[in-house]
Design a protein around this ligand. Sequence first.
Ligand SMILES: [Cu+2]
Length: 125
Amino acid sequence: MTTIQIIVTLGGIALSGFIAWFFWLAPKGQTRILAGKGGVQEVAITVKGGYTPDIIVVKAGQPLRMRFTRQESSSCSETVLFPDFNRSAKLPEGEEVVVEFTPDKSGEFGFQCQMGMLRGKLIVE
Ligand SMILES: [Cu+2]
């Protein structure tokens, strides 16, 4: 084989590996939050029939600021609860509500509306 053929073959293998990873192995639906200026991990969450994004990946030990905006009048979603962090917040329709705390333990922690019908997950690494 010539050098060119070897490069093309290796390139092909790398490409199919990437495609396999992309379609089958890459985590789906997770939103990874990176700390911005001041070291705060900040994310805007829309509440409308659910939480968007609903699976949020953050780092432990860095402040987390979640800006909730509820875009519906259904009473189901008017309160969001973080039972593992002892936090809850009322979400008036159309208003931005900030929930802020520093996740200090790693693991997966759910958040939800009062009745547990809407659910999201905080993954702390
Ligand atoms: Cu509910």
